[in-house]
Write a protein that binds this ligand. Sequence first.
Ligand code: ASP
Length: 273
Amino acid sequence: MARPALIVHGGAGPVPDSERQLRQDAVDRARDAGWSRIGGGALPAAVAAVRHMEDEPLLNAGIGACLNSDGEVELDAGVMLGADLSVGGAACLRDVRHPVDLAVAVMEDGRHVLLAAAGASRFAREHGIEMADPAIFITDRKRQKLLEGADTVGAVARDAEGHLAVAVSTGGRTGKLPGRIGDSPIPGAGFYADDRFGAVCGTGLGEAFIRLGLARLMIIELQHGMDAASVAKGAIDYLGKAMQASGGVIVIPRDGSPQAAFNTPAMPWAMAE
Ligand code: ASP
């Protein structure tokens, strides 16, 4: 038997002081939503936490996500199972109510790893995924347009069987070009899970995470025996030094406690074990 664990983050982007505690409270609620599902396995726990955060308007995922340069919301999400490296991503979604649900459906279907835009929406409809009017994602146009940088939400879980899973969802970056896809739906960049070593999830400048292959790099460091706290801190140092980028990561190693690191003023996160 393994010791179950869950860690959840709400993004490492800049936030006004007035929102800081509110965002932490939202992440605490997501941790509780995820932890209540840990008995069902690592994937249900991670997905429940992320699904919850897609409904928190102060977090940059689902409802309340940042706007692209056309003033529209385009959402990305991903999930991965450490047991067999099955993985699913969905990107550039405008009308899928819970992007993380579509990532799970892509993974379970198994033919492809990543679906985007109109084809992803079609797949969602054909697989009974809840759809939405794109207008519901915009609750406060002025605020969502001014979100500096942006954020991602993510969760990493380990269940009693020792299986690891990760789930991630984001609106990407404020003012991004329509069609831009970040690191969050791309395994090895924004997330990765392998039961033999650990599971990780990132937030920050997606282009930098993709260029560094940062999530996969972190797994290789765990594989080589580095402790999870050093892996998390080292990844963020590397992100800053190599790419002059900011962000944060969460990690759960195969054994041991969850860890978080970030190089921005704040990243709300919460854990349970
Ligand atoms: N990583 C996300 C992206 O680039 C956004 C963020 O976490 O700030 O799409």
